[in-house]
Design a protein around this ligand. Sequence first.
Ligand SMILES: Nc1ncnc2c1ncn2[C@@H]1O[C@H](COP(=O)(O)OP(=O)(O)OP(=O)(O)O)[C@@H](O)[C@H]1O
Ligand SMILES: [Mg+2]
Length: 590
Amino acid sequence: MRHLFTLNHYFITYKWHLLGGIVFVTISVLFSVIPPQYVRESFNAVEEAIRTNADHNTNSVTSETQALILRYGLIIIGAALLKGLFMFLMRQTLIVMSRHIEYDLKNEVYTHYQKLSQRFFRANSTGDLMNRISEDVSRVRMYLGPALMYGINTSILVVVVIQRMIAINPTLTFYTLLPLPILSYLIYRVSHLINRRSERVQAQLSSISTFVQETLSGIRVLKANVQETYLAERYDQEADEYFARNEHLYRINALFGPLMLLLVGLSTIIIIYLGGMEAIAGNITIGNIAEFIMYVNMLTWPVASIGWVTSIVQRAEASMERINVFLDEPPDITNPSDKPFVLEGNIRWDNVTFTYGHTNITALKDVSFSVASGKTLAIIGETGSGKSTVAALQTRLFDPTSGAIYIDGKDLLALNLDAYREQISIVPQDIFLFSDTIANNIAFGVDNAREEDIVDAAKMAGLHENIMAFPKGYQTRLGERGVTLSGGQKQRTALARALIKKPKVLILDDCLSAVDTETEERILRSLRSYTQSITTIIISHRVSSVQHADEILVLKKGQITEQGTHADLMKADGYYSDIYEKQLREEQVV
Ligand SMILES: Nc1ncnc2c1ncn2[C@@H]1O[C@H](COP(=O)(O)OP(=O)(O)OP(=O)(O)O)[C@@H](O)[C@H]1O
Ligand SMILES: [Mg+2]
């Protein structure tokens, strides 16, 4: 229970729900032991009436007996209604409390996820992250809600009922209760098996979902490679497995009900036999036997639920452990300060080396450069040379392994990270657009964007005409149920999203690779009037898009091999002038 105890602070937060729940459970238990007593009284009254009739040799029921039984009947109904009312209130407090805690716990996990760095998200699969926030949290809720509720209910009920039974006849109590612990243990074993088997069913279900989801999103590749029949066969196999596991589960499920009936039946037989003997001996009344049967019936489900509750608690403990592993994960990147500051845009890298933690790939080695506010730096280099890593470090998705990055003369590690990120924009290489309207996708990084700002940003990104060509213009939905943008349109949407923030530092990571050279040049030209006043880092494979930069870096295997203006590098006669010639020739061919 070590992990579940980490939830105890929630019980303090919701103490009134918890206390209210305990009070309501107690009251409902007190009402639930009233009916058996009046059933006993009714039986005894009837027995009494029969005896009087036999004594006087008559065959009538006196109005007194009738009135008595009617009164008992009304009391029984009244007590049952009140018991029901308090059970309703018990659910309203305890189950509602568990829903509140579930909500809080989900938020806690989600908030923590957002603090964690790229490294964490690379190391853990999305499915795993989703599972812990949904499946695992709902298992923990089963402990906080039903398990706790039945636990409290059973403890109070057992004490009250057994105490009443012993008061009537201790020996009879002992024998009738004998089968119940066995029942409890068997239910525990069976629930354990049911849980294990339903987990296997769940696992197969998610395997089918993943399979279907993958084949549907890759439907174009699938059809192009004529894989329909093969995949249909694989689907059949998956479905057969699902069927088999379900059958396995229902076999054990079918055992559950009969098992309970069997053991309850056993208790009833014991009561009737032993109770009958005691009644004949005059130690108890006939009414006591009826009362006993009702008590045993009242105890059956709660006692059986001990086994069920135990297996829920075990599962919840395992789930909470999984959740805690993530919650205890310290964020790599933390915000050291909340002091506001205004970014000027002077950047200086001082001997920065960076190694990706989980792969040990050293992507950057001793990289130093500086860009003054308002200048443009371009980075060019072959694939895998570390260009995107520069962008990642500049936006503090990762921190340098050694060396430092200075912003306006201050170490980036000491700056208010939120304020810093609000004033910079990056257009990443792998663009992500939401299933939402184009307008909302562009306005993503700013609160309450005005419509003209959205249009301005789209114009600057060379996207406005394209958007206006859609029937719904800026309200066109993107994504699964909407329009699919072309690669170049996606890139320009991401560019517009970066520009609407009016950043002081703009980083473009190969963000126009999918548009033709001419369009790219047109966009960069129209951007230039804006980028003149801000610091810009352009990452590209194309010489055409970097040649106007104030300074160009050539990266090779994580190291700077050439550095200077276009003219400098052309004179140097190295990698840069090489690819310049090559790309010039290609363009002429086109
Ligand atoms: N998240 C990551 N985790 C581990 N290794 C990475 C990660 N991202 C990049 N790398 C590795 O770091 C090196 C540099 O990658 P990077 O993405 O910076 O190259 P790039 O110059 O942007 O390449 P491209 O031109 O293809 O975009 C590569 O060897 C790559 O395999
Ligand atoms: Mg890259």
